[in-house]
Ligand binder design. Structure first.
Ligand SMILES: Nc1ncnc2c1ncn2[C@@H]1O[C@H](COP(=O)(O)OP(=O)(O)O)[C@@H](O)[C@H]1O
Ligand SMILES: CC(=O)OP(=O)(O)O
Ligand SMILES: [Mg+2]
Length: 401
């Protein structure tokens, strides 16, 4: 059974084509820096790696390139898209309606589209991907796997906001949490790597990419997470502010003559490290390079970015009354030794965290980076949302048949 997985992030599209009887990856890749300078596709087939530099303005253009690549003469892995048996889609917001993955039909697609205003950087791209896949592969089951599902185990103490209760009842305003597929995958892998039963562990997973969130995973279940009603809350991100005083929204609306919606758009699209650096870049590679060259504004952006992560790690150690394992993952977590080292060395030594700088000096592999005498095990685990989505897809399609 061949499954194609499409994972649209805010700045990227990741894809994998897998043979699910063996879980062999036939091809995989990444369309990155969508909508900003330097966009490109990195396509891998067997051991071969192709880098295709190309202007990719939006997710729709990116997805079209991916589908062409899979069957094109130069890079091909399959002769026709008809060889694909099912498509698994990452969908960011599932609200309270979707607590687990579904086979997509007209009604569920409408519901996902309706939730676009709650995840404006994601659900529209997810819906576009689903529609494009249905058009190209009309007779193939399409499955939606939600970022929010893993966080459905959070207790009310974690997911309720301290606003009038009726708004929860009336509008389902609550913390949903995102990146759930990733937090689930890396917490399980970390337990496996350490040879421990996840049910006995208190794990803090730090998914830091363009979008970024932290989760407290207690006994294998999500206990709390930094993103909330929408993927705007919590950490400082590429273009998102993360936590701010909500009174800033009405203040800015009044002073700048904007609607509340327009202010929230600024908090989603023009803030984060992009905003702090006056629009220099939303990409942490650019920020880190300049910061290390001595640029003061980029150094400040990196400091604020790391400080917020450290504050959440401290908060979740308190929330779980302890922490056994800290995991770094996603674009920055997997590839930036500097960010990992600065967070651990500047802020976490009080927890007994000790990292081995030599072991930390690498990119993109599974590795324990703490010293043997560190009180908390610190790991880097490259996330694999695509594999999790492919497994869910296989399971749903098999139960249906
Ligand atoms: N070597 C690196 N050093 C620092 N940041 C990196 C590195 N490689 C990738 N990143 C960052 O990872 C982010 C993209 O992460 P990713 O998880 O793919 O994002 P998303 O899924 O949210 O689109 C970008 O900000 C990029 O700068
Ligand atoms: C939810 C979210 O922010 O996802 P991503 O990091 O892929 O943009
Ligand atoms: Mg992502």
């Amino acid at each position: 059974m061949k499954v194609l997985v499409i994972n649209s992030g805010s700045s990227s599209i990741k894809y994998q084509l897998l043979e699910m009887n063996t879980e062999k990856v036939l091809a995989k890749g990444l369309v990155e820096r969508i909508g900003i300078e330097g966009s490109r596709i990195i396509h891998r087939k067997n051991e071969e790696k192709y880098v295709i530099e190309k202007v990719i303005k939006n997710h729709e253009e990116g997805l079209k390139e991916v589908l062409d690549l899979l069957t094109s003469e130069d890079y091909k892995v399959i002769s026709s898209l008809n060889e694909i048996d099912a498509v698994g889609h990452r969908v960011v917001h599932g609200g309270e309606r979707f607590s687990s993955s579904v086979i997509i039909d007209k009604e569920s697609l409408d519901a996902i589209e309706m939730m676009s205003f709650l995840a404006p950087l994601h659900n529209p791209a997810n819906v576009m991907g689903i529609k494009a896949a249905i058009e190209l592969l009309p007779n193939v089951p399409q499955i939606a796997v939600f970022d929010t599902s893993f966080h459905q185990t959070m207790p009310k103490t974690s997911f309720l906001y301290a606003i009038p209760y009726e708004y929860y009842e009336k509008y389902k305003i609550r913390r949903y949490g995102f990146h759930g597929t990733s937090h689930k995958y890396v917490s399980r892998r970390a337990a496996e790597i350490l040879g421990k039963d996840i049910k006995t562990l208190k794990i803090i997973t730090s998914h830091i990419g363009n979008g970024a969130s932290i989760a407290a995973v207690k006994n294998g279940e999500s206990f709390d997470t930094s993103m909330g009603f929408t993927p705007l809350e919590g950490l400082v991100m590429g273009t998102r502010s993360g936590d701010i005083d909500p009174a800033i929204v009405s203040f800015l609306a009044q002073e700048e003559g904007l609607t509340a919606k327009e202010v929230v758009e600024i908090l989603n699209n023009k803030s984060g490290v992009y905003g702090i650096t006056k629009g220099f870049s939303s990409d942490m590679r650019d920020i880190e390079d300049k910061a290390l060259e001595g640029d003061k504004v980029c150094r400040l952006a990196l400091d604020i970015y790391e400080y917020r992560i450290a504050k959440y790690i401290g908060a979740y150690a308190a929330a779980m009354n302890g922490v056994d394992v800290i995991v770094f993952t996603a674009g920055v977590g997997e590839n930036s030794p500097v960010t990992r080292e600065e967070i651990c060395e500047k802020y976490l030594t009080y927890l007994g965290v000790k990292i081995d700088k030599e072991k930390n000096n690498f990119k993109g592999l599974e590795r324990i980076i703490s010293t043997p005498d560190s009180k908390v095990a610190v790991l880097v685990v490259p996330t694999n949302e695509e594999l999790m989505i492919a497994r869910e897809t296989k399971e749903l399609v098999s139960t249906k048949n």
